[in-house]
Design a protein around this ligand. Structure first.
Ligand code: ZN
Length: 226
């Protein structure tokens, strides 16, 4: 299968330095879902569009998730120029992105977000996606580490930001934080978050159902540990 047939180039302008460059985009037809995990990680058939979710400006070194690429304040841009551009060494951008290079690209986005003081929810989203790529690679240890980073940042976002954060409404965020805690083995924490969802009448049918299923898994685990 030729992966390049799922890709095209898109003209993008860097919000930090004004450089115009071509970013790789995934064609709509490539988004064929195979199945979804309980923490919303999507497994695709054919090509994995998640691997193409980071754009990098090779002129100044700014990297970000596509969705937030253009969100840039003057203050944040100054931080990128001061701490990233001065150390940046441009590289050839690869067209077809594998797991290894996706991890590198997402980590660059993470550095850009941290250095320029991006919102906690944005950092959380990058960490969660890095965890998912490690999941695709069957690297359980690194997956857990990045799930834990995502938990910390989503919890911070939950307390500080107003909903929706990163497309998540309040109960979906509570469910997700609970589920990520369950996955790393923080069962008591998971229960606390799942209870928030269960006692909230605004939770959607879909989230309630997911929450009940994962709650039952935790309950069984806690019984065994008793
Ligand atoms: Zn730039």
């Amino acid at each position: 299968m030729n992966l390049e047939e799922y890709l095209y180039e898109k003209n993008v302008e860097c919000p930090v330095c004004g450089n115009k460059f071509k970013a790789i985009e995934v064609k709509q037809k490539a988004y064929v879902v195979d199945y979804r995990d309980s923490d919303f990680c999507v497994h695709y058939k054919n090509i994995n569009p998640l691997l193409y979710d980071v754009w990098i400006c090779q002129l100044c070194g700014y990297a970000s998730l596509k969705r937030t690429f253009s969100d840039m304040s003057f203050k944040r841009a100054e931080l990128i120029k001061k701490y990233i551009t001065t150390k940046w060494v441009a590289k050839e951008s690869e067209k077809v992105i594998d797991y290894e290079s996706a991890i590198k690209r997402f980590k660059l986005a993470l550095i850009s977000a941290q250095i320029s003081k991006a919102k906690a929810s944005e950092i959380a989203s990058i960490c969660l996606k890095i965890a998912w790529i490690y999941r695709f690679m069957d690297n359980v240890e690194n997956e857990k580490q990045f799930l834990q980073y995502a938990i910390d940042k989503y919890t911070e976002a939950y307390l500080q930001e107003s909903f929706p954060v990163e497309n998540l409404d309040k109960t979906t965020a509570e469910y997700l934080i609970g589920e990520l805690n369950r996955r790393v083995g923080n069962l008591e924490e998971a229960v606390t978050w799942f209870n928030k969802v269960m006692s909230d009448r605004t939770a959607s049918e879909r989230i309630m159902k997911l929450c009940r299923e994962q709650w039952n898994i935790v309950r069984e685990k806690l019984k065994i540990n008793e």
